[in-house]
Design a binder for this molecule. Structure first.
Ligand SMILES: *[C@@H]1O[C@H](CO)[C@@H](O)[C@H](O)[C@H]1NC(C)=O
Ligand SMILES: *[C@@H]1O[C@H](CO)[C@@H](O)[C@H](O)[C@H]1NC(C)=O
Ligand SMILES: *[C@@H]1O[C@H](CO)[C@@H](O)[C@H](O)[C@H]1NC(C)=O
Length: 404
């Protein structure tokens, strides 16, 4: 077993003058492990030692246990003394009781109801994946978080496990939950509420607020792949107008593009696209285009600025030896994957969006394929056979295979 250390941090949100977030981190005592590079509210903690937390944290070393309680009711929010704790390089497992079966969250999957009903060792695999919805499948996003309503007074807490490795959460009859992840650290945030909406808003404030949609984006929208020509799109929009069916937004899927390349449009089948978008605007309507995050990398030299500019700015993900790591998506040939965690990439992406907008004055972007999706395993050169591509434990096999 890897020697682990526990860090118990005090919350930096002081709501109503009471500290309402507990942060617990289990990490490797001897070496650095991967942590999700997203700045959650850990900063300024040194200055914010808890004065009057609404929770208590008790740790015992022999045998190892850790208990978080809500002071006002003595409710045990988290208790890992039931055993099963594993801290290995490629398997981290931790089990806790939960106060009640009123538990919501853990995504993204199809859930039959918002309230979790299946406590019979049901495994929810989590690893973002371009996967058609279906029972138990791990889908496009990951939210390793749940909301639990503890008692009749509706005291509630939310727990986030900030970890982006492939993982699973198993609901057990106790009632309890077992988390298993194949990398990183066990970085828990416990949001103490105490109402359900307070717990959720503490969580949302920590991870970041969703964007505020423009009013028009709430209107009636029409979208499909395969109009195949602007004439057909115009016909559809005209038919809607003539039939007095309200339509606020028309979309363009990848068939507006030339060779399915971002920041292009087919000058034959979609000739007149800029003027069409102006016409939508004159009718108080809006146009949303699709963009894919991977960039066509097989165009003749000098013909596709987004790729060449990206290569010059060194934004694409590379193999360990420095060669570009190429995969395949919709454009013919290969595709390169920009590193969207890099601010250089943000600037490159923004510049090309702004340039394209000068020609086609679209109103919104539909970012597709950003799980990220790739049509080949690994890269066009295959997938290196090593312990990371073939982990000894693959989470989430209860439903669809989690790792592809
Ligand atoms: C442009 O559209 C036409 C008609 O659909 C199609 O035949 C042609 O392949 C497209 N060209 C490109 C470069 O996508
Ligand atoms: C971002 O990309 C630039 C250009 O390749 C590189 O110099 C820099 O190290 C990258 N930053 C990170 C955080 O990866
Ligand atoms: C916009 O249109 C101009 C003029 O036709 C052209 O030179 C330029 O390449 C176009 N830019 C994009 C991003 O389509």
């Amino acid at each position: 077993m890897v020697l682990f250390s526990i860090e118990i941090l005090r919350g930096c949100y002081m709501l109503d003058g009471r500290e309402k977030i507990a942060m617990l981190m289990f990490s490797d005592a001897d070496s650095t492990r991967y942590e999700v590079p997203i700045p959650l509210p850990k900063m300024n903690l040194q200055d914010q030692a808890a004065k009057d937390p609404i929770y208590s944290v008790e740790v015992n070393m022999d045998p190892f246990s850790l208990v978080v309680k809500r002071k006002s009711t003595d409710t045990v929010i988290l208790d890992i003394s039931h055993g099963g704790f594993i801290f290995e390089d490629q398997l981290l497992q931790i089990s806790s009781s939960v106060p009640s079966k009123y538990l919501y969250g853990l995504g993204e999957h199809e859930h039959e109801s918002l309230l979790h009903q299946n406590w019979n060792w049901h495994r929810w695999g989590m690893f973002s994946r371009d996967e058609f919805p279906g029972p138990n499948r791990n889908l496009y996003g990951v939210h390793p978080m749940y909301l639990n309503i503890e008692d009749d007074a509706a005291n509630s807490h939310a727990i986030l496990l900030l970890n982006s490795n492939a993982m699973e959460a198993v609901l057990t009859p106790m009632p309890g939950i077992t988390w298993r992840t194949i990398g990183g650290v066990l970085d828990f945030y416990v949001f103490l509420g105490s109402t359900p909406s307070e717990a959720v808003s503490q969580y949302i404030n920590a991870i970041g607020l969703p964007y505020f949609p423009p009013y028009w984006a709430l209107g009636f929208q029409l979208c499909r792949w395969g109009y195949n020509s602007l004439d057909r799109v115009k016909q559809v929009v005209d038919d809607m107008r003539n039939a007095d069916i309200p339509q606020d937004i028309q979309y363009g899927d990848i068939d507006y593009m030339s060779d399915q390349l971002d920041f292009t449009w087919n000058k034959t089948s979609y000739a007149g696209l800029p003027e069409f978008v102006q016409d939508l605007h004159q009718h108080g309507q809006h146009y949303i285009i699709i963009l894919d995050p991977a960039i066509g990398a097989s165009q003749p030299a000098g013909s596709y600025p987004p790729y060449e500019d990206g290569k010059a700015k060194d934004i694409f993900i590379r193999h360990g030896d420095g060669r570009p790591m190429l995969g395949k998506v919709w454009p013919p040939g290969n595709a390169a994957f920009p590193d969207y965690t890099n601010t250089t990439t943000h600037t490159w992406w923004q510049n090309h969006i702004v340039d394209f907008h000068r020609n086609v004055s679209f109103d919104g972007l539909w970012i597709d394929m950003n799980e990220p999706a790739n049509f080949v395993q690994g890269s066009v050169e295959g997938c290196t056979n090593n312990q990371y591509n073939n982990p000894p434990y693959k989470p989430g096999k209860h439903g669809k295979i989690i790792l592809l």
